[in-house]
Design a binder for this molecule. Structure first.
Ligand code: ADP
Length: 412
């Protein structure tokens, strides 16, 4: 079967087409036929497109901010030109979407119908940068491929079994009943990495206790036991927890009251401040990109150094608290842009975790590891660097759902 995956971010869109043999249920037997991405973040009013297939890389800049127009421009290259891998759109059997917020109700990959769409729309207030663009992608695909079944794979689902004491906020109980609780995010990535580590360790995931550190532009931790997340650092929204590229992570909520009351900022200004102007960018005054921070740090920039040290400080505290949630930890896993690529960050974090018996093999750490172990033999906990692949995990989830049920599109 051919599965098209749409993974929409606030200022990005990734799309991949996969081929999965119909009769093969073994995990990750999956071939990427075509990938495309759009990045609206680099230049105002412009979108950078990139398509990779048939050994060809095509790059162009679209002079258009309208999201759907640019996505259609990207899709043109699925069936046209040197990067084409399809003769017609109708060859696509299923479409899978990463949907960031599934609330309490959606805990499994789900066929998309009118009810699911309206739930995604209703949850937009909890994930305003993501759920609306996820829905736009779903509606676009309905226009382009009206008869092709679509599946939503939710980023919150992997965390749905977090026990109440980790999910509830210490507010009056009625807020918990109203849905103000820890949901957690990056679930598709945390789950993918956990399954990959179990494979590499040749042990059933159900017997492992893992801490996964997804460190990208957004960053979160998950404590994983019996194949489920039992605690995670992001909460009601993706703003809680670790310090991130431009997001502050956890801060004293009294600061928000102070900003609103004493500095008379509007809710929109506070939102922008905490989501877009804080984290590495806020402290350094330079950038939210860890590559820039480490570069400036090496040149002796004090604020870049402070931003890096603060990032490490919060990360170490977060990992230690996940240790407390699990008791014993078989493996610590680094993934996503920063986790996979920054040896200096991994070194700084693991040095501070030595009191827990964690010991990094510096040589392995510096040797661009990918899907590899980087702990010494003596280390009490294995350390892995895993290349996360949310899109193939979504395609896999779609294939499993499709093979387990009728291929006809479920009714609304
Ligand atoms: P997203 O969370 O948007 O999916 P990624 O997982 O791709 O993002 O992570 C993007 C971030 O990864 C960049 O902002 C950058 O900080 C970081 N990154 C990428 N490559 C490197 C590198 N070689 N060294 C340090 N950080 C890196």
């Amino acid at each position: 079967m051919k599965v098209l995956v749409l993974n929409a971010g606030s200022s990005s869109q990734k799309t991949c087409l996969y081929y999965i043999p119909d009769d093969d249920r073994s995990e990750y037997v999956i071939t990427e036929l075509w990938s495309g991405s759009i990045d609206w973040s680099k230049q105002d009013g412009l979108a950078d497109l990139k398509v990779e297939s048939n050994g060809i890389v095509l790059e162009e800049t679209a002079n258009n901010e309208d999201r759907l127009t640019v996505i259609k421009q990207l899709f043109h290259y699925l069936c046209n030109g040197d990067t084409a891998v399809l003769e017609t759109w109708q060859e696509i059997d299923f479409v899978g979407h990463r949907v960031v917020h599934g609330g309490r109700e959606y805990q499994q990959p789900t066929w998309i119908n009118e009810e699911v769409k309206s739930a995604i729309a209703q949850l937009a207030s909890l994930a305003p940068s993501h759920n609306p663009v996820n829905l736009q992608g779903i509606e676009l695909m309905e226009q382009l491929l009206p008869d092709t079944p679509q599946v939503a794979v939710f980023d919150t689902a992997f965390h749905s079994q977090i026990p109440p004491e980790a999910a509830i906020y210490p507010l009056p109980y009625r807020f918990y009943e109203d849905g103000i609780r820890r949901y957690g995010f990056h679930g598709i990535s945390h789950q993918y990495c956990a399954e990959k580590v179990a494979k590499l360790l040749k042990q059933p995931l159900e017997r492992l206790k893992l801490i996964t550190c997804h460190l990208g532009n957004g960053a979160s931790l998950a404590a994983i036991k019996n194949g489920h997340s039992i605690d995670t650092s992001m909460g009601f929204t993706p703003l809680e927890g670790l310090m991130m590229g431009t997001r502050c992570g956890s801060i004293d909520p009294g600061i928000v009251i102070h900003l609103l009351r004493e500095q008379e900022l509007t809710p929109e200004q506070v939102d922008k401040l905490l989501n877009k102007e804080s984290g590495l960018k806020g402290i350094s005054g330079i950038s939210g990109d860890m590559r820039r921070i480490t570069k400036e740090m090496e040149k002796g920039d004090d604020r870049a150094q402070l931003a890096f040290d603060t990032y490490v400080h919060h990360l170490v505290k977060g990992i230690a608290s996940m240790f407390a949630s699990l008791g014993r930890v078989d493996a610590l896993v680094f993934t996503a842009g920063v986790g996979e690529n920054s040896a200096v960050l991994r070194q700084a974090v693991c040095e501070k975790l030595e009191f827990l018996g964690i010991e990094l093999d510096s040589k392995k750490n510096e040797n661009s590891p990918r899907d590899e172990q980087i702990a010494t033999i003596e280390s009490s906990t294995r350390i892995f660097v895993i290349h996360t692949d949310e899109d193939s995990a979504i395609a896999q989830a779609v294939s499993q759902l499709a093979q387990g049920s009728s291929k006809t599109k479920p009714s609304s």
